[in-house]
Design a binder for this molecule. Structure first.
Ligand SMILES: [Zn+2]
Length: 317
């Protein structure tokens, strides 16, 4: 079982491809200039294909086929800043942020193929994962010593030049959230996905889930307040907060609901209901997911009106 966040696999789990990311600007996409080549007869190892290795810090390394030195440095700087921001958000003055128990994911390795063609050709072989998507975060089995969290993606080739990697910040927050806020692997947390590579057991638990939080916090921390698309969407007041707690992957889903409205729900809770966020985290950090669900159910629709007013204020600001 692995924690994964496929970005483009299907409509329900489709990750917005053209976000206005301010820090990593060049996007993943289909590399039309470099069509899928035939499989070579001799399998090539991950270290042969992703031959460039770069260590950003004790918690982050990069392995790539074609990142430039400048791109490596930019990625390290961006993710280092995000890591600091994450700790500032979740540590308290009296308590440094500690990993959840049984988590051996001491660091994340970002594995970046040179193009979509190269990704499709090798990533399944190297990481035992599907490649009909824009990249995946693989938490693996964090309770096992020696487990290494992996992010696997590719560069877009833009006008013959190797671009940087879209969604790296979002994926890095998944790693930090999984390590510091959520006990257990992907299947242990609350959602309704049974997709590869984890094939979490059926039946799925009943709602409420944690999809609003996991995808929302990845968006919120990686973007901060700079999300014009979500601010515009806020004006529609399309969802009540109580509905968003039921957001899932297979139903009550969609790119907008999962990512844009996850961002809005998470931002509201972080800015306006931080004490409730801390109550949530006290439960998710020890894996007490039944009590998390009881807590969310106890809230009912009590915050819906305040959320609606906050959305109006945000859209009008
Ligand atoms: Zn995600």
């Amino acid at each position: 079982m692995q924690r994964s966040h496929p970005l483009f696999r299907s409509a329900s789990r489709y990750k917005s491809s053209i976000h206005t990311l301010t820090f990593i600007a060049v996007l993943i996409g289909i590399d039309l200039s470099n069509p899928l080549q035939a499989q070579t007869s001799t399998p090539q190892s991950v270290n042969q294909i992703l031959a460039r290795q770069h260590t950003c810090s004790s918690t982050l390394s990069l392995r790539s086929s074609a990142l430039s030195t400048e791109q490596e440095q930019a990625a390290c700087a961006q993710l280092g800043a995000l890591e600091k921001h994450f700790h500032q958000l979740f540590a308290t003055p009296s308590l440094a942020l500690a990993p959840v128990k049984h988590d051996h994911n001491h660091s994340l390795r970002a594995n970046i193929y040179a193009s979509q063609a190269e990704y499709v050709q090798y990533a399944s072989q190297h990481f035992n994962m599907p490649t009909d998507n824009g990249g995946m975060y693989l938490e693996g089995l964090p309770e096992q010593a020696g487990n290494h969290a992996e992010f696997v993606a590719y560069q877009r080739v833009v006008e013959g030049k190797q671009g940087q990697v879209h969604n790296l910040g979002h994926e890095y927050i998944h790693y930090l959230d999984g390590r510091f806020n959520l006990y257990g692997d992907f299947c242990a947390t609350l959602h309704d996905s049974h997709a590869a590579p984890e094939y979490c057991a059926k039946p799925a638990p009943d709602a409420p889930y944690l999809v609003w939080w996991t995808e929302g916090i990845a968006e919120y921390v990686s973007r901060g307040d700079d999300h014009p698309h979500a601010i515009k969407a806020a004006a529609s007041k399309q969802y009540r907060l109580s509905e968003l707690f039921n957001t899932a992957y297979e139903k009550n889903n969609g790119r907008e609901r999962i990512y844009t409205w996850g961002y809005l729900a998470t931002r509201f809770m972080m800015e306006k209901q931080r004490n409730k966020v801390d109550q949530v985290l006290a439960l998710t950090r020890v894996g007490d997911y039944p009590r998390y669900q009881a807590l969310v159910r106890s809230w009912g629709m009590s915050m819906d009106e305040e959320f609606g007013i906050w959305l109006e204020d945000l859209a009008g600001a």
